[in-house]
Design a binder for this molecule. Structure first.
Ligand code: ADP
Ligand code: MG
Length: 260
């Protein structure tokens, strides 16, 4: 049986002084081992909330997140938009930090962290501190910190959002390479339709809040992909198809207060 996780009829409400916010309503989908799935949706539709639910960082109001076919509870690691690196730790210590909670001895922690830092092309910066690195390098460190724990499921929340377009392209390419070298389940959240199509084998389109799945689209591009070959007509058609689904909600968002 293929290992997978299944989200069934997931709901999430938040209470606030201005009333309840229904972030997610009736979200259901399945992701199988080693799949690279992107979740795309307008700002505020519940993407981060969905990832946090899958990561086990918060509890659903209703519905279930179920993992099946794994030998033990799958290890999950998360990469955020703001890298969350510790300013007072150097790069080696930042990457090794993820292993500390697993009770791994310092020698092994540092060895595994060094290997990943090398894979990310950052060996010369292992003793540097985060403020000494560019945004792209810091995001690489954040990815290394997640991968060092050898996760079964990598959850990424708009990790490249703050990067310039060229750096983003390089990191997108690197991420696909890392995933090919060591396949794992990846759930990649983005508001960028093109990014979702370029990276994902499948794209889940989330509606405006309360977020629910509008469509599941299989991307008809082979892996490995050449991300610089951006003029594929299939990509253009898909981008248009997804934009047409999201556009009304983006328009509606522009006409209402943020917390309505
Ligand atoms: P996205 O990541 O798609 O931009 P979020 O998942 O961050 O969306 O948020 C979805 C909705 O839930 C938003 O309206 C947001 O204000 C609300 N929300 C998210 N987290 C909380 C929280 N901890 N408390 C109250 N409201 C929240
Ligand atoms: Mg978010």
């Amino acid at each position: 049986m293929t290992a997978q996780f299944q989200v069934t009829n997931l709901n999430k409400n938040f209470s606030s002084p201005r009333g309840d916010v229904i972030a997610l309503e009736g979200v259901s989908f399945v992701v199988s081992q080693d799949e690279f799935v992107c979740i795309v949706g307008p700002s505020g539709c519940g993407k981060s909330t969905l990832l946090r639910l899958i990561a086990g960082l918060t509890e659903p109001t209703g519905g279930i997140v179920n993992f099946s076919g794994w030998l033990s509870t799958p290890r999950r690691a998360m990469v955020f938009q703001d890298t969350g690196l510790f300013a007072w730790l150097n790069i080696l210590e930042n990457v090794a930090f993820g292993l500390e909670t697993q009770g791994i001895a310092q020698n092994e922690r540092h060895q595994r962290a060094s290997e990943l830092i090398a894979r990310m092309g950052l060996s010369d910066f292992a003793r540097h501190y985060p403020y000494e690195l560019s945004g792209g390098m810091r995001q690489r460190v954040a990815i290394a910190r997640a991968l060092v724990t050898e996760p079964d499921i990598l959850l990424m929340d708009e990790p490249f959002r703050t990067l310039d377009a060229q750096t983003r392209l390089v990191l997108q390419d690197e991420l696909l390479r890392l995933w090919r070298e060591r396949p794992m389940m990846v759930l990649f959240v983005t508001h960028d339709i093109e990014e979702a199509i370029l990276l994902g084998n499948r794209v889940l389109v989330l509606s405006n809040r309360p977020g629910h799945i509008l469509a599941e689209i299989v991307v008809p591009l082979e892996q490995p992909r050449n991300l610089t070959g951006r003029s594929h007509p299939e990509i253009e058609a898909l981008r248009w198809q997804i934009w047409k689904m999201i556009e009304p909600t983006v328009q509606a968002n522009l006409k209402r207060a943020p917390m309505q």
